[in-house]
Ligand binder design. Structure first.
Ligand code: B12
Ligand code: SF4
Length: 483
C-alpha cells in the first residue's frame, strides 16, 4: 500500500523529528508498504506546496501525528487531501489523538484514531486495508460508523527491544542535526511514572492501566547499537536523549555508562533528569561517560505550589544538592521553570528566581504555564473558568490560561526578564543579551531569522564569541517543561 505519513510541525524552534512517526514508519516499511513522509518542519505549509507532494505520491492511506498545538493545521491537511482523494483512508495518532480521541474522531475527514502507542495497531490496520477487509475490532483503534464512535480497548504495551529501530531516513535527518548545531535526538525509554499535574504522562498511565508496564526501556546493548548506527550514518557532534526522565533506573545508567565510551566513543550527550531520581554517584558516572548536560525541572520556588499544585514532591535542598553535584561531576545544568501556575503569586515567582539564583544553572528556561487537555490542571482551569481557549497553538508565545493574579502581558514581561534576573549579578553580559533576545522573540520575523541563523551555524559563531552560551539558553527555552 502507498502510505503517506504526515508531520504537521509548525513550531519555529526547536526543530526535531517525530520519533513516533519514525517508529510507525519503520513498522510499515518492515511490512513491505511504500512509505513517504510529508514534513512541514522546514516550510512547505501552503495548500499548493502540500498538494504538490501528495500528488506525486497518490496515497491510499494518510497517517498523521498530532500534538495539541498543531491539531488544527493537521486537520486542515487532511481536509485538503480528502477533497482531491476521496477514497484515501485517514488515521490520526499522536499525543492529542490519545488524550482527546472523541474530539479527533469527530473531525469530518478523520476515519480512525489511534489511542496510545501505534506501532502494532498501525501494522494491523494496514494489513486489514491491504486485504480489503473491514473490521472495527482492532485494539487501540477507534472507528467511526454511521456517525457513531466505536472505541476499542488497549492492547499490551510493546517491549521496546522487539520493535524495529525508528526509521530516521524518512526525514531529512541530517538537516535536523545541522539545525541543532550537530545534535542528533534519540528516545531510549517510553513512559514516566511521576504524577505531575501539568504533564500528559499521568493521563497516559491511566489509559494504559492493565496494559503492562508503562515505563519501558530499550536494553543498553540495543540502544548503543542504535546510537552507533546514527553516528556512522550522519555527521553529528552530540546526542540528545529526549526521554522524559532518563535517570529512572540507576542500574541501567551504570551499565549504559560502562559501555557507552567503548561502543560509541567520545560523543557528548544530554539527558533529562528528575531531581529525586538523581544521586551524586549517578552524576559522577554519567559525567565520566560523556554526559555534557542534564536538564531538570525546578518549576517553582514555592514549596506549596511545587509540591501540592504541581505534585513534584521535591524539597529545595534536593534541588540545590542535585544541581551542585552535577557541577561537581563536570556536567552542565539546565533548569526548567514555569510561571503563571494556578494560584501562583508575584511573591512565589520571586521565590522561583531566588531558588534559581541559588542553584546557578548554566542554562535556564522559563515558560508561561499552558493547560494541556488530559491533565488535572487543565480540568482545574476549566472548572474555574480560567481557560481563554481550549488549546494554545503557540505554547512558547502564548497561553490558554487567564490567571486571576496576572495579566498575560505581566507574565510575558516576567518571562522576558527571568534569565536577566537570575544572571544579572553573576553573568551580566549573558543577562543583557538574554533580555534583548527574549524581547525580540515575540516577533515572528525575528524568530524566523533566528531559526535561519541557527541553521546557518551562527550559533557556533556566537559560542566562540561568548563562552557562556547565551544563545543556547534562549533556544532551549522553547522546549518547555519536562522531567
Ligand atoms: C521530543 C519532544 C518534542 C520534540 C519532537 C515533537 C514530536 N512531534 O515528536 C519537539 C522539540 C519538536 C517538541 C515540541 C513540542 N512539544 Co514536545 N515532546 C517531546 C517528548 C519529550 C518526546 C516525544 C517522543 O518522541 N515520544 C516518543 C514517541 C515514540 O512517542 P509518540 O510521539 O507519542 O508516538 C507514539 C504514539 O503517540 C503513536 N503515534 C504517534 N503518531 C502517530 C500517527 C499515527 C498515524 C499512528 C497510528 C500512531 C501514532 O505511535 C507512536 C509510537 O508508539 C514528549 C513527551 C512524550 N513522552 O511523548 C513531549 C510532548 C509531546 N511535547 C509537548 C509539548 C507541549 C510540546 C510543544 C507544544 C512545546 C513548545 N515549546 O512549543 C511543542 C509542540 C510540537 C509538536 N507539535 O509536537 C507535550 C504535548 C502535550 C500536548 N497535549 O500536545 C509532551 C507530551 C510533553 C508533556 N509531557 O506534556 N516536543
Ligand atoms: S513532568 Fe517530567 S517528571 Fe513529571 S510526569 Fe512529566 S515527564 Fe515525568
Amino acid at each position: 500500500m502507498r502510505i503517506l505519513l504526515i508531520y504537521p510541525n509548525i513550531i519555529e524552534s526547536p526543530k526535531e523529528i517525530s520519533a513516533g512517526l519514525a517508529s510507525v514508519g519503520a513498522i510499515l516499511k518492515e511490512e513491505g508498504h511504500t512509505v513517504k513522509l510529508l514534513d512541514t518542519t522546514f516550510g512547505g505549509r501552503t495548500d499548493e506546496q502540500i498538494m504538490t507532494q501528495v500528488d506525486t505520491f497518490k496515497p491510499e492511506i494518510a497517517c498523521i501525528t498530532v500534538a495539541t498545538n498543531d491539531f488544527k493545521f493537521g486537520m486542515h491537511i487532511l481536509d485538503i487531501i480528502r477533497e482531491r482523494y476521496p477514497s484515501v483512508t485517514t488515521i490520526v495518532g499522536g499525543i492529542h489523538a490519545t488524550v482527546a480521541p472523541e474530539e479527533t474522531l469527530a473531525q469530518k475527514n478523520v476515519d480512525m484514531v489511534c489511542v496510545g502507542e501505534g506501532d502494532m495497531p498501525i501494522r494491523d490496520i494496514a494489513r486489514m486495508i491491504a486485504k480489503g477487509e473491514r473490521n472495527t475490532n482492532i485494539q487501540n483503534i477507534w472507528f467511526k460508523k454511521e456517525g457513531k464512535i466505536i472505541p476499542n480497548p488497549q492492547r499490551q504495551l510493546p517491549n521496546l527491544d522487539e520493535l524495529p529501530i525508528p526509521d530516521r531516513s524518512l526525514f531529512d535527518f541530517q538537516r535536523y542535526i545541522d539545525w541543532h548545531g550537530g545534535t542528533a535526538t534519540i528516545i531510549s525509554t517510553r513512559g514516566c511514572p511521576y504524577p505531575c499535574t501539568y504533564c500528559v504522562n499521568r493521563k497516559q498511565k491511566e489509559i494504559y492501566k492493565g496494559s503492562g508496564m508503562f515505563v519501558r526501556y530499550k536494553s543498553v546493548d540495543k540502544l548503543l547499537a542504535e546510537i552507533k548506527g546514527i553516528k556512522d550514518k550522519y555527521k553529528l557532534k552530540e546526542i540528545l536523549f529526549n526521554d522524559d526522565t532518563f535517570t529512572l533506573d540507576p542500574r541501567r545508567i551504570k551499565e549504559f555508562c560502562e559501555k557507552y565510551p567503548t561502543v560509541v566513543g567520545k560523543l557528548p550527550f544530554t539527558i533529562n533528569g528528575r531531581v529525586n531520581t538523581v544521586t551524586r554517584d549517578m552524576l559522577m558516572i554519567l559525567g565520566k561517560a560523556g554526559c555534557a548536560r542534564i536538564n531538570m525541572g525546578v518549576e517553582c520556588g514555592n514549596l506549596r505550589i511545587r509540591n501540592d499544585i504541581l505534585e513534584r514532591d521535591m524539597t529545595d535542598q534536593q534541588v540545590i544538592d542535585t544541581f551542585h553535584w552535577a557541577k561537581e561531576a563536570g556536567i552542565k545544568t539546565y533548569a526548567f521553570n514555569m510561571i503563571g501556575i494556578p494560584y501562583e503569586t508575584k511573591e512565589n515567582i520571586q521565590e522561583t528566581i531566588e531558588l534559581n539564583r541559588k542553584i546557578n544553572p548554566d542554562f535556564v528556561g522559563v515558560s508561561i504555564f499552558t493547560a494541556f487537555p488530559g491533565t488535572p490542571l487543565y480540568d482545574l482551569c476549566k472548572r474555574e473558568g480560567w481557560l481563554t481557549e481550549e488549546y494554545s497553538t503557540s505554547y512558547f508565545q502564548d497561553t490558554n490560561v487567564k490567571h486571576p493574579n496576572f495579566t498575560i502581558d505581566e507574565l510575558k514581561k516576567i518571562r522576558d526578564s527571568f534569565g536577566f534576573e537570575i544572571y544579572r549579578k553573576t553573568k551580566p553580559l549573558r543577562a543583557y543579551v538574554d533580555l534583548v533576545d527574549k524581547k525580540l522573540t515575540r516577533y515572528q520575523p525575528y524568530m524566523h531569522l533566528r531559526s535561519m541563523l541557527i541553521a546557518a551555524g551562527f550559533k557556533r559563531v556566537l559560542h566562540l564569541l561568548d563562552k557562556e552560551n547565551f544563545f543556547e539558553v534562549s533556544q532551549q527555552d522553547i522546549l518547555g517543561t519536562s522531567a
